[in-house]
Design a protein around this ligand. Sequence first.
Ligand SMILES: NC(=O)c1ccc[n+]([C@@H]2O[C@H](COP(=O)([O-])OP(=O)(O)OC[C@H]3O[C@@H](n4cnc5c(N)ncnc54)[C@H](OP(=O)(O)O)[C@@H]3O)[C@@H](O)[C@H]2O)c1
Length: 346
Amino acid sequence: MSDTYRAIRLERFAPSFREGADIVTLPITAPGPGEIRVRNLWCGINGIFDTQIARNAVDYVSVAVPTFTGVEALGIVEAIGTGVSGFAVGDAAATVRFRGGYREANTGPAEDFAKVPFASRECLALASTGVSALVALEHIGAVQDGETVAISAAAGGLGHLLVQLAKLRGCHVIAVCGGPVKAAFMRSLGADRVIDYKAENVGSVLAAEYPRGLDVAIDTVSGSIFDAFLANMARHGRLVVGGAAQDLEGKPEIVTGPRIVHAIYYKGVSVRGFMNGLLTEHWPAAREKLFQLHESGRIAITFDAVEFVGLEGVYDGIDRLLSGQSMGKVVVRIAQDDGIGGVNDE
Ligand SMILES: NC(=O)c1ccc[n+]([C@@H]2O[C@H](COP(=O)([O-])OP(=O)(O)OC[C@H]3O[C@@H](n4cnc5c(N)ncnc54)[C@H](OP(=O)(O)O)[C@@H]3O)[C@@H](O)[C@H]2O)c1
């Protein structure tokens, strides 16, 4: 076994992640008390967040360079420090902590990792994006069975899981996405109304077809899609803001218009922020529920058709996600299983 590993470190702020981040080689360290070491097999790509980090444009994370990068990864436990319970060498473990994603090995506090059933990319997606989707819909959106739910970037990693989770609650799902291929994907997941925003005006469709309005809307794009959702909320509707892909520069668009007071007050609408990292108390139960839903075939994970391999693949994966062409979750296979432990991969 090598006594070094590689990780992607942001060395300088730059317009793109590729220009700012380098692959560095580091010594493997033994886990200290309370720590474990995981050999990573898969990581998930968060291209929008990564780009905003590279541009030093994330309001809620104070980053000094150099800094390690990436959020979610999954691998095999290969060493355990003293005082750790709940992990054994050979277990599959996932982490969803900034700086823990884009690396071949990760030594850190055991509580930063969750034991997962298999060392598969499905378990990675469920433990990271799946948890985000479930918590956003259930805890922030406070969805009720049968409600009308609109989702933006619906064909993406987060979005396609939101669509399925809302359908499982018997909701009427409106999926907003860009282009006919993504629209067909949304229909295949059971979305009741697909709005291809490149072909139809989201606000006009909602106003014409949903006069009662949206009970829950989950937006990660911002801009005119946020405006269209806000203008078309139902009484007591909940508009969940889970991202702002359109504000990649970290410089929110300055708009002039009526204050949102009138859009929310008379109908009792609430606009709610969703930040998964602030909701860790919900993660264990959410993971458990998602693994059950997946095992019983009630939700399926779609991975983007383009495959990425090795840490070098992270850069290409980010470009792919930013291209707006990806569908489903974008992941990178960091390494093949090297035979440690009882891996059941896919
Ligand atoms: N708040 C949280 O805790 C949390 C957790 C997880 C993810 N998120 C956010 O949720 C969003 C979805 O994440 P994801 O990883 O699953 O990504 P994704 O949805 O798989 O990919 C991004 C999609 O967003 C749409 N998009 C709209 N404007 C874009 C732009 N300017 N640049 C690139 N894409 C744009 C594109 O789809 P269409 O053209 O079809 O719209 C694109 O395919 C991201 O904004 C992410 O930051 C937030």
